[in-house]
Design a protein around this ligand. Sequence first.
Ligand code: HEM
Length: 389
Amino acid sequence: MSIMKQQQIPFTMGYGVGHRTYHTAVVRGPITQNIIPKTPVMLDEALRAFDDLIGSPVEETPIALYSAIAMTVARVANRVYVGTELCRNEEFLRNATDYAEAVVISAEVLRNFPEWMKGFLVRLLPVTSYRRQGRRFLAPLIQDRLDGKLDANGEKHKDLIQWLIDAAPPVEKTIPQLAERVMALNVASIHTTTMTFTAALYHLAAEPTKYTLTLREEVMANLEQGEITATTLSKLPKMESFLRESGRFDSSGLMSMQRNARKEFKFSDGTVLPPGSKIGSPSLFLHRDPEVFEDPEVFDGLRFYQPYSEPGTKPKTMLNTDVNFHLFGHGRHPCPGRFLAVHEIKLMFAILLLRYDIRLKPGTKPQPFYIGTMSLPDTKLEVLFKARK
Ligand code: HEM
């Protein structure tokens, strides 16, 4: 599979992560199964993060959106992965977010060298020191678990470290290997979720009068005893539409789902890929196909909206991959973390709608940028936040 090659995973994230991919089963299994039970702690962490990062500005105040969301996503995900102590440790979070960037950059460098040199070279790149740092933070927690330490109720811990230990083959049940795996799942989670959510928020900030009230009212109508719960998040068809539309509109790289043909491959229509060929899906064209989408170049937040009460309808959400929606891939190996990612995004979105009015600074607009085949959202833009009374 090409993501291995593209990110040079055995070198940048560790041999085990590259060659023994049991973490995918952990994402599909315990991580996904625990999304609903973990919603209250995710909510608690997101509220605390927004208190710390945005606060309650009485006047409109500029906030660097990408970094505020990245830090919140890192906190919320790590509350589930490693618990309260580390998820609020700024140094650990900074290291985890910087590690993700270092993986991409190191992969760019390593791809230019022959295989036999990469193991040596990678030791000189920052990615190795980020990984070592991550291990330093995680080692005491992992050691406790390997020693069989239980939680305050005398039960097995319910977090990523424990789920990994339960699923790991014997050779992987060591501190360095487990730490590598936690760090790798941070790489898979943080910037992906941040980019996706930030892109959606820019649309809200660009057209606040069009969308804020309607999305806010939907959340308010579904609160339970004044609180956002997992049930609230399951009843937001307008928000679902808005997020799917942003996934369609903004996930506009030239090539997603990249694959390498290791041997000759024949498609059912007779097309043959010779060994060594690279292919990918042209998401920009699929997501903006005028045969499929009316006015594809226009962002229409309610494009996919259908009330859940309409009989016989099952509106497509961000979670439904299809031929013209490749944000999470499509086919046999769609992203297994998408259920967690979308839940986190909806949770953060609901909180922000209830707490703040958000708009672009007059005269500014996000400038997406492009690296190779990837399209990335603006990571520097400041957006105006004002606390609601
Ligand atoms: C909005 C956020 C996310 C986006 C847009 C995203 C997107 C993707 C894409 C496009 C793929 C490759 C699919 C393919 O090539 O067919 C992928 C794979 C993967 N993602 Fe995500 N992802 C996100 C969040 C997450 C999270 C939160 C996790 C972990 C909890 C995660 C774990 C993974 C893993 C383990 C794979 C590799 C799966 C395999 O090899 O079969 N992702 N993701």
